[in-house]
Design a protein around this ligand. Structure first.
Ligand code: PRP
Ligand code: ZN
Ligand code: MG
Length: 225
């Protein structure tokens, strides 16, 4: 059931942003009844519905106006924007707030036995990634001729599997790299969570709701500093 008069917020269903985003919603007074396996969760005290989806889908849902707001990592947002711009598809959104959680970095990492001596070490190499746009932009800006290999998951096993020479993936604690015999060669993008809104004006009742929620988000974020 969806109701177009209710503010629709896209949140990652499971992953590095979901817990903190749900905690933030709770902290600003949005009561939710979330049941497993359901894509939609209704707020029990405010006209708000949550769309619980894969993080990769959130920027597109907001850019297409299907969700009014979305909590998303800057890495996914920037990747989707570049992808849509290249395809001449709608890529507009409004940045409401940069948040203080979900910090991670997108880095190029190489197997422990790889002798990294600087960017020239990537010349002619294959780099597996889920973020081909961000990687391509970085390689172009730095005049490196390497080939991105697009994988939607398990990027960290690509070198061992002989699919690529290096990887370009998110790192936060570094545990995944270490567990897979890889080390970070260079960081190419830093990311935190942001709250975005669809382009164009919201319906009046939705705008009023956003106007009451935003100061509360600012309050929660300031209290954390
Ligand atoms: C990222 C990345 C690694 C992991 C790195 O995945 O792909 O698997 O986090 O984190 P670490 O440095 O703390 O080990 P993410 O959790 O974003 O999930 P996804 O790849 O399924 O989107
Ligand atoms: Zn993802
Ligand atoms: Mg992963």
């Amino acid at each position: 059931m969806t109701d177009s008069t209710r503010l629709r917020i896209a949140v990652q269903k499971k992953g590095r942003l979901s817990d903190e985003s749900l905690k933030l919603l709770k902290a600003i007074g949005v009561k939710l009844s979330i049941r497993d396996r359901l894509l939609i969760a209704h707020s029990t005290n405010l006209p708000i519905d949550l769309l619980l989806v894969r993080d990769d889908d959130i920027p597109g849902l907001v850019m297409d106006g299907i969700a009014d707001l979305g909590f998303i990592g800057e890495n996914e947002l920037e990747e989707k924007m570049l992808e849509r711009q290249a395809a001449n598809e709608p890529a507009e959104y409004q940045l409401l707030k940069r948040l203080e959680y979900g910090g991670c970095r997108l880095s190029i990492a190489v197997p422990n036995e790889f002798d990294y001596k600087g960017l020239e070490s990537f010349e002619g190499k294959r780099i597996a990634t889920t973020y081909p746009q961000l990687l391509k932009r970085y390689l172009q800006e730095n005049n490196v001729n390497a080939s991105p290999v697009m994988l939607t998951g398990s990027v960290e096993v690509a070198p061992r599997a002989g699919i690529a020479d290096a990887i370009c993936d998110l790192v936060s604690t570094g545990a995944t790299l270490e567990a897979n015999g890889l080390y970070e060669a260079i960081e190419i993008f830093q990311s935190k969570a942001v709250l975005i809104q669809k382009d164009g004006a919201l319906e009046e009742n939705k705008q009023e709701l956003v106007d009451t929620l935003l100061p509360r988000i600012n309050g929660v974020m300031q209290a954390k500093e």
